[in-house]
Design a protein around this ligand. Structure first.
Ligand code: HEC
Ligand code: HEC
Ligand code: HEC
Ligand code: HEC
Length: 113
């Protein structure tokens, strides 16, 4: 029992440290740059849209623009996807760690900011 409690403590310490090192989540990093909840959200906390895409594209650009911006970092560009108006938030999460959505079907390993 004690060993389990001890392991759990070590694990939670490790997670806290990892989180602190990673900085905060995407939304916190935007707020730290002076943006507001409303930069991304409607009054009822839905993620705003930009045409067919999530609000992210308003400031950062659409998939072709993002492919250019992130070219060459991975063998297969994570923005070179084949699902049309795939929501940016399939991978980029506001308030938790990003998700390697493509990894559900491919062996691509992406670290999503
Ligand atoms: C950079 C854009 C961004 C900013 C700024 C941002 N959010 Fe979010 N938020 C998201 C995204 C993307 C999601 C959906 C993915 C997720 O759950 O993380 C989300 C989800 C949420 C949800 C959960 C909705 C649900 O159905 O689970 C709430 C509540 C929320 N945000 C509140 C806030 C508040 C309050 C602020 C300001 C302190 C804020 N957000 C700032 C992008 C943002
Ligand atoms: C109101 C404009 C605006 C919106 C909306 C916005 N961003 Fe940003 N974002 C910025 C600015 C400004 C920066 C800092 C300069 C830069 O790196 O481009 C930034 C930086 C980033 C970065 C790199 C730095 C980091 O902290 O990781 C990522 C990734 C990012 N944004 C993703 C997103 C995603 C995904 C969404 C939608 C959920 C989003 N942004 C919505 C303006 C915005
Ligand atoms: C399939 C998952 C996925 C989707 C969907 C996705 N991204 Fe990304 N995004 C990534 C990954 C992975 C990176 C990190 C790329 C790198 O480090 O080279 C990234 C990086 C970024 C960055 C930071 C670029 C920089 O200069 O460091 C921005 C901004 C961004 N994405 C915006 C978007 C926008 C806008 C959309 C929707 C139009 C979107 N992303 C959709 C996976 C995704
Ligand atoms: C639901 C499963 C699924 C998801 C999720 C998925 N893919 Fe695919 N992908 C496929 C299938 C099926 C093929 C077709 C394989 C074939 O025809 O050989 C494919 C093919 C590809 C190809 C090869 C295209 C070509 O013309 O040869 C690339 C590159 C690719 N996917 C990238 C991505 C990226 C990047 C993501 C994440 C944004 C992603 N995929 C998400 C199922 C998926």
């Amino acid at each position: 029992m004690r060993l389990i409690a001890f392991s759990a403590m070590i694990l939670s310490l490790f997670c806290l440290t990892a989180q602190a090192q990673q900085g905060q989540f995407l939304a916190d990093r935007h707020v730290a740059r002076g943006m507001k909840c409303e930069s991304c959200h409607t009054p009822d906390n839905k993620v705003k849209t930009s045409g067919d895409l999530d609000v992210c594209a308003t400031c950062h650009g659409d998939y072709p623009a993002m492919i250019q911006k992130t070219e060459g970092r991975y063998e297969v560009n994570p923005h070179a996807q084949h699902e049309g108006a795939l929501p940016c938030s399939e991978c980029h999460k506001g308030h938790k760690a990003g998700v390697n959505y493509c990894g559900g079907c491919h062996n691509f390993v992406y670290k999503v900011p």
